[in-house]
Ligand binder design. Structure first.
Ligand code: NAD
Ligand SMILES: CC[C@@H](O)/C=C/C=C\C[C@@H](O)/C=C/C=C/C=C\[C@@H](O)CCCC(=O)O
Length: 111
């Protein structure tokens, strides 16, 4: 609810990932395409929530986003890096949607 365009863009990334991965498989491109979807991660982007120029009209929802951060917690970038290495090293993954959350760690979403 806080950022519908943002949410739509992320769904677009998943659809693009899965479609491109299938095209690569059918075309024998030899390229694997996967999506990595972390929960909140301790990076500079989290600070953007505190600045109205970043959120525009959605600045009014900043407390809601901050509450989500409290609810879901914050991951360290190293945890994301480990998930990324797993995507690189596992040749069986193509069109995969890897999620990383504080509650479930690395897991995959089957859409
Ligand atoms: N941090 C989180 O909580 C979180 C959670 C889920 C998804 N994401 C997504 O992960 C992505 C990265 O987020 P982040 O937290 O690392 O943000 P960040 O702002 O900390 O880092 C983004 C990096 O990208 C670089 N960059 C910007 N434009 C670039 C370009 N054109 N070419 C090359 N580099 C460029 C910036 O210099 C910066 O180092 C974003 O799409 C974000 O929505 C972040
Ligand atoms: C909202 C304004 C924007 O600029 C701020 C972005 C901040 C971080 C990047 C964003 O992609 C964060 C996503 C965080 C998601 C958090 C929770 C979900 O992952 C919950 C998952 C629960 C589950 O599926 O188990």
């Amino acid at each position: 609810a806080h950022c519908p365009v943002y949410t739509a863009s992320k769904h677009g990334v998943l659809g693009f990932t899965r479609s491109l991965a299938e095209a690569s498989r059918l075309g024998n491109y030899g390229i694997r395409i996967n999506a990595l979807c972390p929960s909140f991660v301790n990076t500079a982007i989290l600070d953007t929530i505190n600045h109205e120029e970043n959120l525009g009209n959605f600045y009014q929802f900043k407390d809601g986003v901050k509450n989500l951060i409290k609810v879901f917690g914050v991951l360290e970038p190293s945890v994301i890096a480990d998930g990324f290495v797993q995507l690189l090293e596992d040749d069986s993954l193509n069109g995969a949607v890897m999620k990383i959350t504080t509650t479930k760690g690395v897991h995959f979403e089957n859409y």
